[in-house]
Design a protein around this ligand. Structure first.
Ligand code: C5P
Length: 414
């Protein structure tokens, strides 16, 4: 998608976090895309970046003080917020998000956010424990209910030395979210409905044990979010994962393959179905009602496995409810393209996205499953498209755009 923000005015609020340095790059990207940027810098934000660097990049003065009479005369907090097409808070600290969620205002940034009648996008950035804290979870949920848009945070190493969710989204991701909100005209997937499956399934053995796999849900969740960013109305059916539900997406939580199938079929009809979940191929034929105990004789229990329903194949079956575009994923360790072609024929879907799960990613030994990177090949009746290795967010964004292009080129067939 070409990103043009010609004639768009963005009010960027820079709060106090180490990620504030990325806001400088964000201003550069926004102005390069044709947008006009005006900056509010909080007192804490000024500890991390200087007004001089922000004003040099934005080409305007930086606003900080709510009680500055000259500014209030020229451009008060009401005018600042009304003059913009979009307010962007990057980084959005836990403190500022808490204020926003509760309608508190005691400085220029929070007062402007309360006074605005324009859309607001936040890019949270904080320590992982702060992000996971119950009060932040409540604030995020409330901000979502209030119609605040959110991009990120991402998972990764933090300046404080910890690892997890809380890294601010990268400037190019924030730019993409801004373009999706402000970009020209209708979003490319507006009016389309999509169903995405993600994560592993858990197949109960007894009340405490289950069969599962290492799927993290990262790729499926990112795809659901990317489709929503392009305007689709998305339902995500997720197995048990440790990552947050994406914003702007309705998420249904399930455990087993049978639950996942029931949830998916109840969501039909949809235009697009993408099966990213690593559905367990088998389940035990009958779940024990009580915890299976060790036998004194030393005999080990024998688990009889039966095959699970194939959700992708079920959704792909010819029927009046068949989604117009059904996409499956194929995690392979060898002969990827051949196996993907065979899977396309067997499951009767429209595209198979094949990825090699045999190669450990650069971060360590987790490989594609659970890792952050992915390299995919799209196999369809019209051939094979091989993409270079990217992070999973980028794969998701490009795949969503590829789907939008598909609909733009072929239109609705019904
Ligand atoms: O057959 P295999 O598991 O390799 O196929 C992978 C694709 O099929 C993925 O898109 C996965 O989500 C989907 N699948 C499914 N239901 C199953 C098994 C796989 O939807 N029971």
């Amino acid at each position: 998608m070409t990103m043009t923000l010609e004639n768009k005015r963005i009010l960027l609020i820079v709060a106090g976090g180490i990620a504030a340095y990325k806001s400088l790059e964000l201003i550069r990207l926004l102005t390069k895309a044709g947008g006009t940027v005006r900056v509010i810098l909080t007192k804490a934000g000024a500890e991390f970046v200087t007004p001089l660097s922000l004003s040099s990049l934005s080409g305007d003065k930086v606003y900080s003080d709510i009680f500055n009479l000259t500014d209030e005369a020229e451009m008060g907090h009401i005018e600042l917020s009304r003059d913009a097409d979009l307010l962007v808070v990057a980084p959005a600290t836990a403190d500022l998000m808490a204020k926003m969620a509760n309608g508190l205002c005691n400085d220029l940034a929070s007062t402007t956010l309360l006074a605005t009648d324009k859309p607001v996008l936040i890019a949270p950035a904080m320590n992982v424990r702060m992000w996971e804290h119950a009060s932040t979870r409540r604030n995020v949920a409330r901000l979502g209910e209030d119609g605040i848009h959110m991009v990120g945070p991402n998972k990764g190493d933090m300046a404080c030395g910890e690892y997890g969710f809380g890294r601010m989204a990268e400037p190019d991701e924030i730019l993409a979210a801004i373009s999706a909100l402000l970009g020209p005209g209708k979003l490319p997937l507006q009016g389309r409905t999509a169903l995405v499956t993600s994560g592993p399934t858990r197949e109960a053995i007894d009340p405490v044990r289950y069969l599962a796999n290492r799927s993290s849900g990262k790729q499926g969740h990112a795809i659901a979010a990317a489709l929503a960013h392009l305007g689709a109305d998305v339902t995500l059916v997720s197995g048990p994962v440790e990552i947050a539900d994406p914003v702007m997406v309705e998420t249904v939580h399930v455990e087993s393959a049978s639950h996942m199938l029931d949830a998916c079929t109840s969501i039909l009809p949809v235009d697009i179905a993408i099966c990213v979940a690593a559905v367990s191929d088998w389940r035990v034929d009958s779940e024990a009602a009580q915890k299976i105990k060790k036998d004194k004789s030393g005999e080990v229990p024998i688990l009889n496995l039966i095959e699970n329903p194939d959700i992708l194949a079920t959704l792909s079956k010819k029927s009046p409810n068949r989604p117009e575009l059904v996409i499956g994923f194929a995690a392979e360790t060898e002969n990827m393209i051949d196996h993907a072609k065979a899977k396309l024929a067997k499951k009767q879907c429209d595209w198979i996205v094949a990825n090699d799960v045999s190669v450990p990613d650069q971060a360590g030994s987790t490989g594609v499953m659970g890792g952050d990177k992915n390299q995919i090949h799209i196999v369809s009746a019209s051939g094979v498209e091989s993409w270079q290795e990217m992070n999973k967010q980028q794969v998701a964004a490009d795949l969503a755009q590829r789907i939008a292009d598909h609909f733009a080129n072929f239109g609705k067939t019904e």
